[in-house]
Design a protein around this ligand. Structure first.
Ligand code: FES
Length: 138
């Protein structure tokens, strides 16, 4: 089969991250967890973060979804590792798709899952650190 038939509408990078997802799994003692669902298709992504001094040291994900959702989850974890929480919040779904050399237009909605999971996990982290600060102040 010619190579292009295998890839279909997907870039080589999308196929690579789908076939060999980076950072798949769970962080047992995660500092933050975000779970989001895509109402359009019912797919779900959960993102685990290890954070220290507002810097993301580690990120892992579990995604129950299509190939594009898995590839964008994998790329998103690679993109946020080493960044601060505020830098990570600025990552758009378009940026994740671009880092994968693009997604077919009808699969762009899948990349939204990764962006929303980053937001959800960081909100969870911020909520937890606010609670910690308040109790430390007491
Ligand atoms: S079809 Fe559901 S995230 Fe792609």
């Amino acid at each position: 089969m010619p190579k292009d038939d295998m890839l279909g509408p997907y870039s080589e990078k999308v196929m690579d991250h789908f076939m060999n997802p980076r950072n798949m799994g769970e962080i047992k003692d995660a500092d933050a967890v975000g779970t989001v669902g895509n109402p359009a298709c019912g797919d779900v992504m959960r993102l685990y973060l290890k954070v220290s001094d507002d810097k993301i040291l580690d990120a892992k994900f579990k995604t129950f979804g299509c190939g594009a959702a898995i590839a964008t989850s994998s790329m998103a974890t690679e993109m946020i590792k080493g960044k601060t929480v505020d830098e990570s919040l600025k990552i758009t779904n378009e940026a994740v798709a671009e880092a994968l050399d693009g997604l077919p237009p009808n699969k762009m909605h899948c990349s939204v899952l990764a962006q929303e999971a980053i937001e959800a996990a960081i909100n969870n982290y911020k909520e937890k650190s606010d609670t910690k600060q308040t109790s430390d102040e007491k």
